[in-house]
Design a protein around this ligand. Sequence first.
Ligand code: GLU
Length: 448
Amino acid sequence: MTATPLVRFAPSPTGYLHIGNARPALLNALFARAHQGRFLLRLDDTDAERSTQAFAEAVAEDLAWLEIVPDLFARQSDRAAIYDAAAERLKAMGRLYPCYETQDELERRRRRQLGRGQPPIYDRAALALTPAERTALEAEGRKPHWRFKLDARTVAWHDLVRGEATVDCASLSDPVLIRADGSYLYTLPSVVDDAEMGITHVIRGEDHVTNTGVQVQIFEALGSAIPVFGHHNLLTTADGEGLSKRLGHLSLRGLREAGYEPAAVRSLAVLTGTAESVRAVASLDELAGLVDLAQISRAPAKFDPQELDGLNARLVHAMPYAEVADRLAALGVPPDGAQAFWEAVRPNLAKVSEAGDWWRVVAGPVTPVIGDPAFIGAAAALLPAEPWDGETWKTWTGAVKATTGAKGKALFMPLRLAVTGLEHGPDLGGLLPLIGRAAVARRLAGAG
Ligand code: GLU
C-alpha cells in the first residue's frame, strides 16, 4: 500500500446506531489501525427532514463508547456548494439530465413494463424532451429531479471482501441524484466527498454493491481517482432478518444501558460471519489483528443476541481491577478493599453492574436464613479471632466440620445461607474478610 489509507464511516444521523452499524464502523476503524491509516467520521446528512442534531451527537457518543476516535470529521450539510459544482459539471457534459415525471407517472410506466414482461427500468423519456417541452412543463409548475445517465456497460472492480465483482449498469435505471426540491440523495455527495477527501478504501455493507457500480461511473465522469472497495456481509438476526435503525434494533446505547461491555459488542459485531470464531477480545489491537476482509463470509452474518451474554461474562471474569475501579466506586463500593472485593466476586458476574448487588451482600444488611439454629450456634462459637484473611473461611469451616461432623454441602450451605441469605454466590473465602467478624457474628445470630 503506497498512500496512507484514509477510510470513512458515513452514517446518516437518522436514528441510533445499532450493532449492525457497528460492523462497518469497526471494520473501518480496525482497518485504519492495522494499516497506520486514518479514520474519518462523515455524517451523510443531506436528508434534512430525517437527520437531527441529537442523532448526530448520539453517533459520536456511541462510537466513543466503542472506543472509536475519529481522526477527521465532516458533515455533508456543510458542503452543498461542492456538490453543486460537481452537479454543474455533470450537467455540462450531459451526464445529469432533468426529468419531470411524477411518482404516479413513473409507477404507471413501471407497471406497464412489468405487464409486458420487460424489466422496470427508467425509459429515459425525459432525455427526448425538447427545450420547448421542458419550458412548458416548468411553466406548469413542475420542478425537475435529475438523473445520472449511466453508460450501458458492466463495471468491474476487485473487492477486498468479494474478490472480482461486477455490476451490469445496463440493467439499472439511471439513478436520481437530485430531488425535485433540490436536495441531494446520498449517491453524488458520497462520491464527491470520497474523491475530494482522498478516501483510499470504501469499506461498507453489501447492500451498497449496486451503488458502487453507479458510483464508479460517477467517479469516472468527474475524472476522480477510484477508491478500493470492500463490501462486507450484513449482520442479521438468527432467522435472517435485517436490523433497522428506524425500528431501534439492538441500538448501541440500549446495549450500553443494559450493561454490556463495549468489547463484547465489538467482538460480536466484527467476528460474526468471518473465518474467526466469535470470541471475547478485549483489546482493539488484538481485534484489528484478527480482521482479514478477504476472509469475511459471503453469507449473511447471523448472530444471536444471547451470545453477547457469554462474551460479556468472559470479558468481566478476566477484567483487571484498574479497569473497573471507577465503576465500582460509582456502584457504591468504597475504595478500601475494593480490589479484594473485585477479585472475589468477578468470577460470578455476567455484567460489572452486578458487583453492586454483591457489595450490598458484603455491606449488609442481609436477611440471614437459619434452618438449624443449633448448628449455626455451634459454628458461631468457632468463629476465628481477627485478623481475618483469605484463609479464614477454610480455618473456620475446618473447625466446624471437626466439631459437628458436617461436611460437603451440609457444611457449607447452612453457613452460606446464614452469612449471605443466599444459596449461591462468590467464594466465601474472598468475601468473609470483607464482611468482617462482627458482621458475620451478627448474621449468625440471625440479625442482618
Ligand atoms: N450513508 C450511507 C449509509 O449509511 C453510507 C454508505 C457508504 O458507506 O457509502 O448507508
